[in-house]
Design a protein around this ligand. Sequence first.
Ligand code: APR
Length: 304
Amino acid sequence: MRWNLNRVKSGYSGETRHTVQSAKLVHRTWGRHSPPCDILATVHLDYPALPMTLMDPRLLSALRTARRVVIFTGAGVSAESGIPTFRDKQTGLWERFDAAELATPDAFERDPALVWGWYEWRRTMVSNAQPNPAHLAIAAMATLVPELTVITQNVDDLHERAGSREVLHLHGEILRPYCEKCRHPYTLPMRQPPAGGTRIEPPRCNSCNGRVRPGVVWFGESLPRRQWLTACEAARRCDVFFCIGTSSLVQPAASLTDLAIAAGATTVHVNPNSTDIDDAVTFALREPAGKILPLIVAEARRPT
Ligand code: APR
């Protein structure tokens, strides 16, 4: 297994609240109903036949016959919605910083206004962004296979807004800050920080006056236990595992791909750039997710 010890989040915690929050988020976005079918249909049905140079027909066959499919996403799936990935160079006030350096409890302790300002800037970006064709194709895949599990490292809600349900957020949710002392959720008004970002003092909890922190999992912190265990189980049991838009550098999340490989699943990596897992997966598709995923869905829907 590949482990990068500088990039480890811990695999377990006693915290289960994230799962409930995730389900609530879906209900808030779509009510108790599925997303409108026409949203999914219009995006995918009109695609031309898939150029077979882009994809091995054995992948389509695996997808058509699969009972359980896992979609595991990273920052690359939201890149085409305008949200920079973690390895992209930072801009504005944060130009001098590596994103991974800001995403730690130590950084928040040292300079809360800098870190909170950065997350507020990212939160605004997420709120202003729209799901892209990759998010929509992933939501549409749920209509193709009996069981689809969506697991993401992303803290945005673009999968949910595209129509995916019960998304497992391994690294938390940026739209759900909470008090670091009593863990009460904190409702934040939406502000528009200046374009380059600015330092902002974190607000105080309404119940205990503790400091409010971003609702994300930082390096060195534990992943939400139930979501992590559910994700591992899904990776072990699936027939087809898609790993999309991730550098696969951050553990333990990246080990899900290893679990699927070890369990004998057909594994597919979608990334325009090469990464270490290209040689380990069954199919490495060097394409942007927003280009290749709608084609795959359209092709898998085509009558054989
Ligand atoms: N389609 C698919 N992949 C893309 C696209 C695209 N359009 N654009 C970029 N990528 C790829 C990049 O080539 C890169 O390999 O997405 C990957 C993004 O990698 P990272 O920025 O490392 O993001 P991720 O793997 O999600 O990071 C994992 O690290 O900082 C922490 O907690 C944070 O969840 C994050 C974790």
